[in-house]
Design a protein around this ligand. Sequence first.
Ligand code: ADP
Ligand code: MG
Length: 204
Amino acid sequence: MRSACAWFKLVPPKPRRKGWRRNRAGAADVGGAVARLVLSGMSALWRPAYVAVGSNLDHPGARVAEAFERMAVLAGSRLEVRSRLYRSEPMGPQNQPQFVNAAAGLLTQLTARALLDALLEVERVMGRRRQERWGPRIIDLDLIWLVGEPIDEPGLTVPHPAVSQRNFVLYPLADIAPMLVIPGRGRVVDLMNLAGGAGLSALA
Ligand code: ADP
Ligand code: MG
């Protein structure tokens, strides 16, 4: 007669619940990691984002160059491409210097809100003080479009509401992304041609 012990050895072992639990925990961890990223202002994807840059104070060309360098070291973002610099007439009050404008193309893991916050922080560090509307500024960084994230909430509208009216945004943007389609507006090169180049000149 077989002993209980020998009989036990013939019974196939039950599937190991421990391993199954580990897998399930692993899957839950992926979801958790994504949730943690989004809460911290990061998306799991690298997405293209386009930023308009402008300055008309304190050596504007140098300030635009400085803004590019600062965007190049933003956490969670990479500066991929920069446009030529343009000179433009001021919008609004005319008793202020001409502007230098440009556009930057980034790849970013940041959400639109986190990217705007980072851009406003660059403005702050560079000494931007908000005074009169459309007044002179040492640096202005506007988030024109972040692919896949249209948003309209207090303090943050993307695509930027004025993009199709501003040739000093569209010409630089057409240097780096002429075929980009801005949702609800159209293709950058078409918007640029519609806007026309009045008051705008490319710098070397
Ligand atoms: P403007 O660039 O129109 O001259 P400001 O630079 O003074 O104006 O920005 C005013 C506010 O516009 C900022 O505090 C910011 O919260 C808000 N804002 C809303 N959407 C955007 C955007 N897409 N890019 C930049 N600023 C934005
Ligand atoms: Mg701005």
